[in-house]
Design a protein around this ligand. Structure first.
Ligand code: AMP
Ligand code: MG
Length: 334
């Protein structure tokens, strides 16, 4: 990685330098509690264009705008329902993105022409400082190439797009490890467009949640729901719940009979038959879902470098942040 571009996120001088780059319309990758973001001045059309170019992201997939204050968020929305005041108070800074009707100051490019804009306040000292010093909202999707596994280390960003970003702030590994929960608020009700760092049980005391009725496949105007996403280069298959022991053995034999030579295993707590696999990664020996989430993308990227023919991913319990992990595994394997 080009070390000249990587600056320690804990250093105020680095933050100042990064903010200057944003002011000049450049791109800065920065750590958040979820994953690394690829940031640009949300009010600068050319700068936002660069995000789409560098990520090779289709322009129909809108960006999340990151703020360091509630006042900044308000300036981006045309109307803020009361329930959102409570959500911001309870969950910001944190991994909750709120989608509301946009104000006139928001560029159509940022929202892919939608009448709504997604906004969140990250819970990471360096991210908050960067936005504060820059003084304006920062548009920032995850700092990976479109469709590929998200970055949770500065090195991941450098590997994916090091040549094309102006500066990378290195804040170590991301604590949450999966993206924010994207919540669209309509009136006083909410629809979860993407499960993420804040689970349904935690949200539901504060807002009435409706079922999402569309998927990207059915309705391209509802983004954030693409079928295939977060995918490694190596083919990945998510195992059904409870596939282990003899069932797993049978499955591995079937793949080997089909000519699949090297198989990797992404385990939740333990690897049942180490000799079956050419490589494996364990998400959390303790079986802790939060730990599993924080290790998820790093583990997938590690396996993806092992020149395997395929990887099998074990299912995780479908509760709490496990729902966001399963969503990523399902899409990575789609
Ligand atoms: P990321 O690229 O990881 O930052 O993901 C941002 C997610 O937020 C994507 O899945 C977007 O489709 C979704 N998103 C952003 N803005 C909107 C919006 N206005 N309406 C619905 N989803 C949105
Ligand atoms: Mg992303």
């Amino acid at each position: 990685m080009n070390q000249n571009k990587v600056y320690p996120a804990s250093n105020d001088e680095s933050i100042g330098h990064a903010a200057d780059i944003l002011k000049k319309g450049g791109l800065v990758a920065f750590p958040t509690e979820t994953v690394y973001g690829l940031g640009a001045d949300a009010g600068n059309y050319e700068a936002v264009c660069k995000i789409f170019e560098v990520k090779k992201r289709p322009v129909f997939d809108p960006l999340i705008v990151h703020v360091s204050s509630v006042a900044q968020a308000r300036s981006l929305w045309s109307k803020v329902p009361k329930v959102c005041e409570t959500l911001m108070e309870k969950f910001w800074p944190g991994p909750l993105t709120l989608v509301l009707p946009k104000s006139e100051q928001v560029l159509d490019l940022v929202t892919s022409g939608l009448p709504t804009v997604a906004v969140r306040m990250p819970k990471h000292e360096a991210a908050l400082k960067l936005i504060k010093v820059f003084g304006k909202p920062v548009a920032a999707p995850s700092a990976n190439l479109f469709g590929y596994t998200s970055p949770t280390l500065a090195r991941h960003v450098a590997e994916d797009m090091g040549e094309k970003v102006d500066l990378i702030l290195d804040g170590g590994s991301c604590a949450v490890g999966v993206e924010s929960t994207v919540l669209q608020v309509e009136g006083e009700k909410g629809v979860i467009l993407r499960p993420g760092g804040i689970d349904t049980e935690t949200l539901s005391p504060f807002i009435l949640l409706k079922e999402s009725t569309s998927t990207f496949k059915q309705k391209p105007s509802a983004p954030g729901m693409l079928e295939s996403h977060y995918a490694p280069h190596t083919k990945m298959v998510l195992l059904e719940k409870g596939v282990s022991g003899s069932k797993l053995e049978e499955m591995v034999k079937k793949y080997k009979a089909l000519g699949v030579k090297k198989i990797g295993f992404l385990a939740f707590k333990s690897v049942p038959h180490k000799d079956f696999f050419d490589a494996f990664e364990i998400l959390s020996v303790k079986g802790d879902l939060k730990e599993a989430a924080s290790n998820l993308f790093q583990a997938i990227r590690k396996l993806d470098k092992m020149r395997l023919d395929m990887m099998l991913a074990e299912s995780v319990p479908s509760e709490g942040i496990g729902i966001a992990i399963l969503d990523r595994l399902r899409k990575a394997g789609a």
